[in-house]
Design a protein around this ligand. Structure first.
Ligand SMILES: *Cc1c(COP(=O)(O)O)cnc(C)c1O
Length: 524
C-alpha cells in the first residue's frame, strides 16, 4: 500500500523523485512539498464553486453547444492557491539568490519601480484613452525616450517594440525601408559567428540572406573577413556590442566606416548595454540602429516573468523610417503621433507599426523610476560595477577554470569559461548540475558556440562582495570536482526535487496534454 497525501496523490505518480534518503509517508521532504499535476489533485467531475442550477430555457446556440465535458479539474480556492505556491517554491528566482545566467542581466529589480508601475494612473490606463487623459503616461514615455536618446547619442527612437528580438526586427525593417526608399533592394545581412541567436533569426525572418563572419582568436569580429564580405548586395551588419563573449568590439568605428562606404547600415544588438551605459554612446561609434532591453539594463530581470520591452534608437539616416507611434512635446503638451496624422505631420517615411498600441507601459514606468533614482552618475556606476563584478569572478577562478579570452585583457559584464580543464568524460553540463546542488541557478551553458563547452557568467552590479565570494567558492569547488573526475558529480543534482532529466526526450517528445490514466492505459 502506498502513502497517500492530503490531495489523494501517491509519490509514485510523479516520476524522477528518486532519492537516497528513506521515503516519507507523504513523499514530501521536510518543508519541500511534492506537487502533483493540477489534474492529479482535482477531479474532472468535481467543482470548487457552487454554481446555480442552470435555468431551463431553450438553447439559442443552434446545435453548437458543447456536448462533452470540458475536462478541467475542479479545485477549491485553497487547493488552487497551494498548488501554485508549492510549485513556486521549487523555482529559483533573483529574489532568492545570485542568478548568474549570462546575457540575461539578472539583476535586482528595485521595489520602488514596482510601486511606481502599479500606480493606478499608469497601470489601469486604457490604451484608447484620449491624449487629454493620458498626459502623465505620455510624459513618462517621452522621458524614457529622451534618456535613451541621450545615453546613446542617437536622434531617433521607437518605443513600441516588446522585446529585444522584436527591436531587432524593428531595426531591420527600418534598414530595409531606407534601402527601398533609394530604390536599392539589398539581400544580405552579415552576422558574426559570436552573435546572439536572435540576430540571424531576425535577419532571416525579415527576408534577408544571412552570411556569417568568423571571430578572431581573441573573441571579436574578424575585421578583414568582414571587409572581404562587403558588397553592394549587403544591406547591413548586425553586431552585438559588447559581444556574447563578454568583450567590447574595439573595431566598431572601423566596421561602421567600412559598412557605410558600401551604402550599408550598422545594426547594433544593444542587449548588453548594462556593461557600457553611461560610459559609451553607441551613436559615437557609427551605429545606425540599436535595441535596448529595458528588461535587462533598466531593471526587471530578463526572464523574470511578465513582459519585456525593446526600444530601438536610430541614427539621423534611419530616424525618418522609424515606426509609429511616437510621442512629441509641443510646448507643455504631449502629442502622440499616430498613423492617422502621418500626412499632416510629415512622417510619411515611417515603415508602419510594430504593435497595435504604444508599447509596454509598465516597463516604461519601471525604467523611468530606475533612471530618475540612479541619475546619470548612478547609471555610469551601474556599468562600472557590473564590469568589476564580472572581472572579479574571472580573475578569482584563474588556474581553476579555463578562460579562453582572459589573456587578451579584462572582460566586460560577463566572464566566459570553457570545459578545457575537465577530466575525461566530464562536461559543462556536470558543472551546471553541480551548481544546482550548491543552491545556484546555473550560468548560461554551451553558448556562445565559439567557445567549447562555454559557461557564461554574468553576476551584475547588484551582488555584494560576500555573495560573489560565495558563488566563486561554489563554482571553484564544483569545477575542481570536474577536474579531478569525481564520479559523484555525475549524479548531480542530488538535492533537487528532480534529478537529471532526459532533456533530449523532453525537447523531442514533449508531453503537453494530460490524459486521464484510464485513457492512457487503454491507449497502451
Ligand atoms: C537577451 C538578448 C537578446 C534578445 O532579447 P529578448 O528580449 O529576449 O528578445 C538579443 N541579443 C542579446 C545579446 C541578448 O542578450
Amino acid at each position: 500500500m502506498s502513502a497517500i497525501n492530503q490531495s489523494g496523490w501517491r509519490p509514485e505518480m510523479s516520476a524522477g523523485g528518486e532519492s537516497d534518503a528513506p521515503a516519507t509517508y507523504t513523499g514530501n521532504r521536510a518543508l519541500m512539498l511534492e506537487e502533483p499535476l493540477l489534474f492529479e489533485i482535482g477531479d474532472l467531475d468535481r467543482t470548487g464553486v457552487d454554481l446555480p442550477e442552470r435555468p431551463k430555457v431553450a438553447s439559442r446556440l443552434a446545435g453548437l453547444e458543447r456536448n462533452r465535458p470540458i475536462g478541467l479539474p475542479g479545485l477549491s480556492e485553497p487547493e488552487a492557491v497551494r498548488h501554485y505556491t508549492r510549485l513556486s517554491r521549487q523555482n529559483y528566482a533573483i529574489d532568492l539568490g545570485l542568478f548568474p545566467l549570462g546575457s540575461c542581466t539578472m539583476k535586482h529589480n528595485p521595489r520602488l519601480n514596482e510601486k511606481m508601475a502599479r500606480l493606478p494612473g499608469f497601470a489601469d490606463l486604457h490604451p484608447l484613452t484620449p491624449v487629454d487623459g493620458t498626459q502623465g503616461a505620455l510624459a513618462v514615455i517621452h522621458l524614457v525616450a529622451e534618456w535613451l536618446k541621450a545615453l546613446t547619442n542617437m536622434p531617433g527612437i521607437a518605443m513600441s517594440p516588446k522585446a529585444g528580438a522584436h527591436g531587432e526586427l524593428c531595426g531591420l525593417l527600418a534598414i530595409r525601408a531606407a534601402h527601398e526608399a533609394k530604390g536599392d533592394a539589398r539581400k544580405i545581412i552579415l552576422v558574426p559567428e559570436s552573435a546572439h541567436g536572435t540576430n540571424p533569426a531576425t535577419a532571416a525572418f525579415a527576408g534577408y540572406q544571412v552570411k556569417g563572419i568568423p571571430a578572431t582568436v581573441d573573441g571579436r569580429v574578424d575585421l578583414d573577413a568582414l571587409k572581404a564580405a562587403l558588397s553592394p548586395e549587403v544591406a547591413g551588419v548586425m553586431i552585438t556590442n559588447p559581444n556574447t563573449c563578454g568583450l567590447f568590439e574595439r573595431d566598431m568605428i572601423a566596421i561602421g566606416e567600412a559598412v557605410h562606404a558600401i551604402g550599408g547600415y550598422v545594426y547594433c544588438d544593444g542587449a548588453n548595454f548594462n556593461a557600457i551605459v553611461g560610459r559609451v554612446r553607441p551613436g559615437d561609434l557609427g551605429v545606425d540602429a540599436m535595441h535596448i532591453n529595458l528588461h535587462k539594463t533598466f531593471s526587471t530581470p530578463h526572464g523574470g516573468g511578465g513582459p519585456g520591452s525593446g526600444p530601438v534608437v536610430f541614427s539621423e539616416a534611419l530616424a525618418p523610417f522609424a515606426p509609429l507611434p511616437f510621442v512629441e512635446k509641443h510646448d507643455d503638451r504631449y502629442v502622440l503621433v499616430e498613423e492617422e496624422t502621418v500626412a499632416e505631420e510629415g512622417h510619411s517615411k515611417a515603415f508602419g507599426r510594430m504593435v497595435a498600441f504604444h508599447g509596454q507601459m509598465g516597463m516604461f514606468t519601471r525604467a523611468a523610476a530606475y533612471m530618475l533614482s540612479h541619475g546619470a552618475d548612478g547609471l555610469k556606476q551601474v556599468s562600472e560595477d557590473a564590469v568589476l563584478s564580472a572581472n572579479y569572478i574571472l580573475r578569482s577562478l584563474e588556474g581553476v577554470m579555463d578562460a579562453p579570452f582572459a589573456p587578451s585583457g579584462p572582460c566586460m559584464h560577463e566572464a566566459i569559461f570553457s570545459d578545457k580543464n575537465f577530466a575525461e568524460g566530464f562536461s559543462t553540463l556536470d558543472v551546471a548540475k553541480g551548481l544546482i546542488d550548491e543552491g545556484f541557478h546555473p550560468m548560461t551553458v554551451y553558448f556562445p558556440l565559439v567557445v567549447h563547452g562555454a559557461m557564461l557568467v554574468e553576476p551584475t552590479e547588484t551582488e555584494s562582495k560576500a555573495a560573489l565570494d560565495q558563488f566563486i567558492g561554489a563554482l571553484r569547488s564544483v569545477a575542481e570536482r570536474a577536474k579531478a573526475g569525481d564520479t559523484a558529480l555525475k549524479a548531480a543534482p542530488i538535492y533537487a526535487p528532480r534529478r537529471r532529466l532526459d532533456e533530449t526526450a523532453a525537447a523531442r517528445k514533449p508531453v503537453l496534454v494530460w490524459k486521464e490514466p484510464v485513457q492512457a492505459e487503454a491507449a497502451e
